[in-house]
Design a protein around this ligand. Structure first.
Ligand code: GLA
Length: 377
């Protein structure tokens, strides 16, 4: 991980002088997976890990970038129709182009950036990158776009420049995060509420399977297409508006696969609401139970899990962890675990040992602190 001082130093070495530092976080999601692009509910929170960039306008049409962690550089003209080929630079190119399309008078700039969100862990390192630059460039170049619009600029970047047809959850969380609070977002209306997250007696722990998670070119878009087919047949704009009865009526017309995908989504939308009720009562055991149900749905019906993630969730269950499930888009990445304080150390030690014994590689425990959203440092 590269700290702010090193980034400032790298900026001075490369471009001379000083820039302004901005940060945007990655996110966790307590529950509500693959519901965002179905107009449903999600329940994320920003984390303290994220992307930090030091930037300065350079009075030219050229953007010059240096990714300090990866030791890679790139430059492009803001009017370029093509942009860079390397994916992580394309995120920034996409943000520049989308801001310009939204009327922000973006000019050339120099930037050095790095971060501590593990890449491909399902913690939204790409949303952190998009939101860090969207927020910084909007600020620099006099844009007056609100947080939700900036989040949508990040999402449009994924769609148009990287080819992942993601929902709004990750960029929303990165922009709107608040210390010590999770957020329930209604992805259809855009309304959201903060829920204080101070689970007395429990802690959240991510366990990174270290199976590389890569949504670009993954079956993520196919999942979305299944949902859209079912919604179209049901005559609703988004699957969230399809009822259980309608789904059963449509069943004979659906492929088994599309039916299972929709079955999972309808259940998951219900689970988010049930978790909110349980949280209101301080009933973390029921929250945890719902997390296990989500994992089962993601594994069996949505089919976005993998052996390593299933193993981590089964271990959590075996060791008495309150709730566990795979988190994010799937196909690798992390599990999220709600663990009673007294079990925390035992779980940590055991799961690392058994994972190593089973797969011959290390998993990576990542403690979670719920932090604030995108900001200037
Ligand atoms: C990825 C996407 C999100 C969301 C999750 C699954 O993180 O970027 O929009 O769909 O997967 O919940």
């Amino acid at each position: 991980m590269i700290d702010l001082d090193s980034l400032r130093q790298a900026f001075a070495n490369r471009f001379g002088g000083e820039g302004v530092a901005f940060f945007a976080p990655g996110r966790i999601n307590l529950i509500g997976e693959h519901t965002d692009y179905n107009g449903g509910f999600v329940f994320p929170g920003a984390v303290t890990q994220g992307i930090t960039a030091v930037l300065r306008p350079n009075n030219s049409p050229t953007v010059r970038l240096y990714a300090a962690d990866l030791k890679q550089e790139c430059s492009f003209d803001i009017m370029s129709e093509e942009g860079p080929a390397v994916t992580h630079f394309r995120y920034i190119y996409g943000v520049v182009r989308e801001l310009m399309a939204a009327g922000v008078m973006v000019q050339g700039f120099d930037a050095v950036y790095g971060g501590d969100v593990p890449l491909g862990a399902g913690m939204s390192s790409s949303a952190a990158l998009e939101c860090c630059f969207a927020n910084a460039l909007c600020d620099f170049f006099g844009g007056r776009l609100d947080k939700m619009t900036l989040a949508k600029i990040g999402q449009a970047t994924e769609h148009k420049y990287v080819g992942v047809k993601c929902g709004i959850m990750d960029q929303f969380a990165s922009m709107h995060g608040r210390e010590g609070a999770l957020m329930r977002l209604d992805c259809r209306s855009g309304e959201f509420q903060y829920f204080p997250w101070h689970p007395e007696g429990y802690r959240l722990l991510l366990v990174n399977s270290c199976v590389k998670h890569e949504l670009v070119g993954s079956p993520y878009n196919e999942r979305r297409a299944s949902c859209e087919r079912v919604a179209a047949l049901a005559g609703v704009e988004a699957l969230r508006d399809c009822t259980w009865e309608e789904l059963e009526t449509l069943k004979p017309q659906l492929s088994g696969e599309d039916y299972r995908r929709a079955y999972y989504v309808l259940g998951e939308v219900d689970r988010v609401l049930s978790v909110c009720d349980s949280l209101g009562r301080g009933d973390y055991e029921t929250v945890g139970h719902q997390m296990y149900l989500t994992h089962e749905g993601l594994r069996r019906d949505y089919e976005v899990s993998c052996d390593e993630l299933d193993f981590l969730v089964n271990e959590a269950r075996r060791l008495g962890v309150t709730g566990a499930r795979m988190m994010g888009g799937g196909f690798g990445g992390c599990t999220i675990n709600l663990v009673r304080n007294e079990l925390y150390e035992t779980f940590l030690a055991e799961v690392q040992a058994t994972y190593r014994a089973r797969f011959g590689v290390e998993c990576q425990p990542i403690p979670v602190i719920i932090g604030a959203g995108a900001r200037q440092l």
